[in-house]
Design a protein around this ligand. Structure first.
Ligand code: DC
Length: 491
């Protein structure tokens, strides 16, 4: 019997896997240790972590033995080394290299020999797609970072919580966006949201599920328990993660709330600090995807507030809407709907398609998260997928100054110049004029290029090289001719 337990950093997959293996009497293998071992050796030998050839050669030439938490490379003990925090990043970087993955996957398959519980990120999808039992553990970034802090604190370390959260976020992103074997739940995996659950509870759920699906019976329990339903045992796909839904928002409230946000912004930034431009570019009816850069908590309220479209809906990270309470109520009424980030969340995609089919506006942030560093970061492919497959106009929006206005951790906004620019819309093509298919990432990059072109050079980050981006993305997008302004529109 093979039990695959996948999930992002800090989701608890190794701790859970170890306990589950012990309960089932199976060996346990933490596959991350092998990538960590390759990373450790690479750092030691001074190999550049971007040098795919050297890393491939290295991975194929070393012999890694894993015995519980003990790791040996070519017979030498590396246990202390591989568990060091800097190895997390090195492991994630070497794990992007296809040759490294091939070598590690071969080793993992050889080590498993039939019955095993294995934890990782691609066990259910790549290493053992035929595994009888597949789990994908999730939890919010904040919770996962908290767990890591507690784990390190228990070892006597005092990690910087904020830096650790940023590191995990970056690692999630790298692991889920790499070209080979990206981290994602297998189609037939049970997705377990472990938010707020302790280790015991998660282990219990996994074991219940294994036994329910024909695994060995629990010797301590002669009569089988009724199968667990609902709760965190979300059947199969991330779209079934529990999300609090109090029903449809009261329609008039959205207009009122947007008005209040505009009022607040104008009053607070009175004296010429607030600049809103480009409203003439916004089509007043018909489906539209609005894509903005995101550097501050105040961006999601501001973008739809000044957009002259009452039929707009914003994608928001599911964590924000997952718990009932006033915050979630406000977000719902501000037309936010949940997306589980870094996954192809089908429910969110379906909802997005419905909004556009109904002729509404979909507001999203292609970078997938708020970027505190100031410059743009590489987009996730999701926005590109939506723009490419629906073919609706995409309106690039840029916000400048909001990060300085409301920096992370501050309670009150600062009075600084804030600019919101609604740019001319573009359309993503399904194919280039020469017939080549447009990839989702290219589509997302084309949107980011339009955003970058509207930003000052020092805010363009990963999209600073406009010249080569324009070259690479030629034919991916086309301009949309300006719609005739409706009577009474002043822009
Ligand atoms: O779970 P971990 O921290 O031990 O894993 C370290 C890195 O190794 C992780 O960021 C990505 C990589 N990894 C992987 O790509 N595939 C796996 N099955 C396990 C780990």
């Amino acid at each position: 019997m093979i039990v695959a337990i996948d999930g992002p950093a800090g989701s608890g997959k190794s701790a859970v896997g170890r306990r589950v293996a012990a309960a089932l009497g199976l060996p346990f293998i933490d596959s991350g240790l092998l990538y960590r071992a390759v990373g450790a050796r690479a750092l030691e030998s001074g190999i550049d972590l971007d040098d795919a050839d050297a890393l491939t050669e290295l991975a194929a030439s070393i012999r890694v033995e894993v015995d519980g938490e003990t790791v040996r490379i070519d017979g030498q003990d590396y246990t202390g080394k591989v568990h060091q925090p800097e190895l997390s990043v090195a492991a994630s970087r070497v794990a992007r290299v296809p040759g490294v993955r091939r070598a590690v996957v071969d080793q993992l398959r050889a080590m498993a020999s039939g019955d095993v519980v294995m934890a990782g990120r691609d066990i259910g999808t790549v290493v053992f797609p035929e595994a009888e039992h597949k789990f994908y553990l999730t939890a919010s970034l904040e919770e996962r970072a908290r767990r890591r802090v507690a784990q390190l604190a228990a070892r006597g370390e005092r990690p910087d919580a904020e830096a650790l959260e940023a590191e995990i976020e970056e690692r999630d992103r790298r692991d889920s966006q790499r070209a080979v074997a990206p981290m994602r739940p297998a189609g037939d995996a049970v997705v377990l949201d472990t938010e707020g659950l302790d280790l015991e509870a998660v282990v219990r759920r996994v074991l219940e599920q294994v036994r329910r699906r024909g695994g060995p019976p629990d010797p301590a329990e002669p009569t089988a328990r009724p199968p667990a339903t609902g709760g965190i045992l979300a059947p199969r796909r991330p779209r079934d993660l529990p999300v609090h839904d109090p029903g449809r928002p009261v329609p008039e409230l959205y207009g009122l709330m947007r008005f209040l946000v505009r009022l607040l912004a104008r009053v607070y930034l009175a004296g010429g600090l607030l600049h809103v431009s480009g409203l003439e570019h916004v089509p007043r009816s018909g489906p539209l995807v609005v894509c903005a850069n995101h550097t501050s908590t105040v961006d999601p309220p501001l973008v739809p507030a000044f957009l002259p479209r009452p039929d707009s809906w914003s994608m928001a990270k599911a964590e924000l809407l997952a718990r009932p309470g006033f915050g979630a109520w406000v977000l719902r009424h501000y037309h936010a709907f949940p997306v589980i980030r870094h996954t192809p969340d089908r429910r969110a995609l379906r909802r997005a398609a419905e909004i556009l089919r109904a002729g509404g506006v979909l507001v999203l942030y292609p970078e997938g998260t708020r970027v505190g560093s100031g410059g743009l970061r590489e987009a996730e492919p999701g926005a590109g997928f939506i723009a490419r497959t629906t073919g609706v106009p995409v309106l690039p929006v840029t916000l400048t100054g909001t990060r300085e206005c409301f920096p992370k951790g501050s309670w009150l906004p600062r009075r600084v110049r804030v600019e919101i620019r609604y740019g001319p819309p573009l359309r993503i093509r399904e194919r280039r004029p020469d017939g080549r298919r447009v990839e989702n990432q290219e589509a997302a990059d084309a949107i980011m290029l339009a955003i970058a072109e509207q930003l000052p050079p020092d805010a363009r980050g990963a999209y600073a090289d406009l010249v080569s981006l324009r070259e690479r993305l030629r034919g991916v997008w086309e301009p949309v001719s300006r719609p005739p302004a409706a009577a009474g529109d002043r822009g």
